[in-house]
Design a protein around this ligand. Sequence first.
Ligand SMILES: *Cc1c(COP(=O)(O)O)cnc(C)c1O
Length: 373
Amino acid sequence: MSRMPDGVAREAVIDVAAIEHNVRHLKALIGTEVIAVVKADGYGHGAERSARAALRGGADRIAVADIPEALALRAAGVDAPLLAWLHAPNTSFGEAAAANLELGVSSLDQLQAAAAASNGRPVGIHLKVETGLGRNGIAPAEYGTVFAEAARLEAAGLVEVIGVFSHLSNTTPDDDRAALSRFTVAVAGAESAGLRPRLRHIAASHAAIDMPAARLNCVRLGVSIYGLSPFADRSSADLGLRPAMTLRGAVAAVRRVPAGHGVSYGYLHRTASESTLALISLGYADGVPRAASGGGPVSIDGRTFLVAGRIAMDQFVVDVGDANVAVGDEAVLFGDPATGVPSASAWADAAGTINYEIVTRIGPRVPRREVGA
Ligand SMILES: *Cc1c(COP(=O)(O)O)cnc(C)c1O
């Protein structure tokens, strides 16, 4: 019987050795430069520890979505090449340039703002081109103007075009092949404007693993470095990955009840016979999805039960029948299924979402405890 440490109601255990292993394994498999994506606090795992573990595993650069995330990493002492690609409207890039960030540039305005932030050295940029996803990025009709302006600003020493990139929709292999061929056209356009971008990157985890033609000379890996599979039909173990996050809570109370006893708001669950109810100190305020009420799996003492009834803000109940469960026992919601506990993907299925969201939404009330350093 595993016990929680005294005084600990809940925690997410983050195995940084798993992140390091995953990056090393993926880099060997894919064979290109690797950008490790640690946006959204490292998909809930902690951005700084995830970045450091990824760099130990051989990542060539780090990326986040926005500049505040990147500045926080710089403030924490992460000095690796660091890219941010999603900017607030009318951001002036002075702070970013001073911190030597690389900027994703999706428009002529952003290109000019990046050049304006140059202060003695060129601002490193990656031109983001739109190839079908319908999000940001330079549109094909603007390629000519923006590439020519980038070449002019590069010659003036104000920017350095380090890369050209785009993002795939993972809709069908045909859709991704069409986007990749649009990307090839964009890169050729940049080159004919006189640019020599060293890096070309379009693949995130899904295509990096599954679509060798999309690997080019660099990939951006997010979910897979945390050990989670981007595929519905392949597990972490199938891909040689080790899930890095284990979410666990303490059994806070146990109660023996008669048959027909209601459980939690709305009595969505009633005991079928005399039974033991175990209360777990994790709720939707912690990011446990309320949509998984009645369906999320929980492992206690090597047995997997389902959440009984509604998940509340701070707690939920497991109906453990006649199992011998005591206050202070450990209840694991998800972790590495190779150890016999449920996967983040099982919670995603129960909540009607994807494993990405399950780990990323784990909230600040859940302390992270790092292991494997
Ligand atoms: C989040 C993100 C990634 C990482 O995607 P994964 O599927 O988690 O590997 C890569 N590129 C962009 C543009 C992203 O927004």
